[in-house]
Write a protein that binds this ligand. Structure first.
Ligand code: PLP
Length: 397
């Protein structure tokens, strides 16, 4: 079955008691047993909930996995994966990734005796320098946030397999519509469903998808023991979001491409980071493992000052200045002070995340309106630059 059909039909079936075509929100904490231990497969809602189950099955199907597990946020899903490890274990992680993941690893888990190596995953062979007998997990994110670098998932996975190390890929930026890491050998795929899967900026949710039954059992044990489970209403919202993922992603990709091209031609813009450009350093890998290039991009201005970036960030009208991404509405953000503020500046600069970098999550509005909005925001700098220049010139009488 193709993904568009899976997105609409997987995991869900009409409610047997009423025929309701949409999965009901089972807003209950417990389930009645007819005699002790005699129940319908549901005992307590931290462990099992029918709305969550439907979503877990749908999520597994769209990543071509056997199992799906839902969590109260993307970070809770990440937390569950790291809890598979023991003190002394080591993790090799991408240096350019979501700031909250870096914070969780360094500020929470290092103190429990785990060691994290942050490396540039654009060069998979780099990984080999950090592998030792304690290495238990490789963690990568592709495309990366916010520099839009690409990791070759199949290449990393073959190194991981050779050394019997688990590989987890954060697939939030691409979404299952554009990329399926399990098919390329990843052991676990993670999504912040808050982003493209939910798609409407109305829910915080995370999930894991995988194929191995033993690993699923361990993660399910963590999910139930630690308890970072989503409520049924949130599961319903993600389930509803999934049904239009393919339609939204098609438009995110179309709008993303047009805006990336437009930015590149704009004389006020210096660098545009978008993996769809044929001269992007990892374009060939992106083309090999992705079915499209998405609507996420970053750029810097020719006036590389913080002030110029701030002016653009506060001048857009359709692009809302906000954290997060992947919703139907376009967002603009400043990684250095927003999503990536928890990464020390020296670490940020190393990956190219300069203070003037601006990130866009291109939504599904009419692209002409989006370009007009960016034009007036970026153009503003030009007019002030021009007017400053005019002011400095002596008046000609
Ligand atoms: C947002 C995000 C997360 C964290 O997810 P939450 O749902 O906010 O907890 C993890 N990875 C990436 C790439 C993200 O964009």
């Amino acid at each position: 079955m193709k993904i568009a059909t899976k997105l609409i039909h997987s995991g869900v079936e009409p409610d047997p008691s009423t025929g309701a075509i949409m999965t009901p929100i089972f807003q209950t904490s417990t389930y009645v047993q007819s005699s002790p231990g005699d129940h319908k497969g549901y005992e307590y809602a931290r462990t099992q909930n029918p709305t969550r189950n439907a979503l877990q099955n749908a999520l597994a199907a769209i990543e071509n996995g056997k199992f799906g597990l839902c969590f109260s946020s993307g970070m809770a899903a990440t937390d569950a994966v790291i809890k598979l490890l023991n003190p002394g274990d080591e993790v090799i992680a991408a240096s350019d990734m979501y700031g909250g993941t870096y914070r969780l690893f360094t500020k929470i888990f290092e103190k429990y005796g785990l060691k994290f190596h942050f490396i540039d995953m654009q060069y998979p062979n780099n990984i080999k320098n950090y592998i030792n007998l304690n290495t238990k997990l490789i963690w990568t994110e592709t495309p990366t946030n916010p520099m839009m670098n690409i990791t070759d998932i199949a290449a990393v996975s073959s190194i991981a397999k050779e050394h019997k190390i688990m590989l987890c890929v954060d697939n939030t930026f691409a979404s299952p519509y554009l990329q399926n890491p399990l098919d390329m050998g990843a052991d676990i795929v993670l999504h912040s469903a808050t982003k493209y899967l939910g798609g409407h900026s109305d829910v915080v949710h995370g999930c894991l998808m995988l194929n191995d039954a033993g690993l699923n059992e361990k993660l399910q044990f963590i999910q139930n023991s630690c308890g970072a489970v989503p409520g049924p209403q949130d599961c319903f919202l993600v389930l509803r979001g999934l049904k239009t993922l393919h339609l939204r992603m098609q438009r995110h990709c179309e709008n993303g491409e047009k805006i990336a091209q437009w930015l590149r031609k704009n004389p006020m813009v210096e660098n545009v980071y978008w993996c769809g450009f044929p001269d992007h350093p990892n374009h060939a890998v992106a083309k090999k493992q992705m079915r499209g290039f998405g609507g996420m991009m970053s750029f810097t201005l020719t006036d590389n000052s913080m002030e110029a970036a701030m002016k653009v960030l506060s001048s857009t009208k359709l692009f809302s200045l906000a954290e997060s991404l992947g919703g139907v509405e376009s967002l603009i953000g400043h990684p250095a002070s927003m999503t990536h503020a928890s990464i020390p500046k020296e670490e940020r600069i190393k990956t190219g995340l300069v203070d003037s970098l601006i990130r866009l999550s291109v939504g599904v509005e009419d692209v002409d309106d989006l370009i007009e909005d960016l034009d007036q925001a970026i153009g503003k700098n030009e007019s002030t630059a021009v007017s400053k220049k005019i002011q400095r010139e002596p008046a000609t009488v």
